[in-house]
Ligand binder design. Sequence first.
Ligand SMILES: [Zn+2]
Length: 159
Amino acid sequence: MMSDRELDAAVHLLMGRTWDESRCRVCGWPLADSSDEGCFPDDCCMRPPPARRADETPCYSTNPASAWQLVRDIQELHPGWRFSIVGGDRQMGYIDGSPSKGVDRSRRVAFGWRAEFFGHQDPTQCTGQRHGVGEGQTMPLAIARAALAALSSPLSYTG
Ligand SMILES: [Zn+2]
């Protein structure tokens, strides 16, 4: 199975993200005409340098903010696509389905998350078209897996 960073890189590639060379790769600001005036290629003027380089692949599969930005970016690329996510980190339930009498914490089961991109390019059409589904133990992981599936095979089948 793919590591989180391999998944992030695969999604990033499918999003067709190429770096805008008029911007500083370290801090993301527009480059200046000379290194005296601001950032220049290989000479970022930000002090201290940012914790993450601007051209670094976002941590879609582990960072909730990056995952939600990915959902927004995908919906910008595919305006008819809708998105849904269900889940929770824990569900109060009983493994054996016995009737509940209070909550026995030791018998709670991990539930996880399920994310899905669906819908037609034309929003007036039916919504039954499924583009990609992803499941995972965390919300961003489910989103990143759904994004990979949807972006790898857009319109591959009709559910
Ligand atoms: Zn810079």
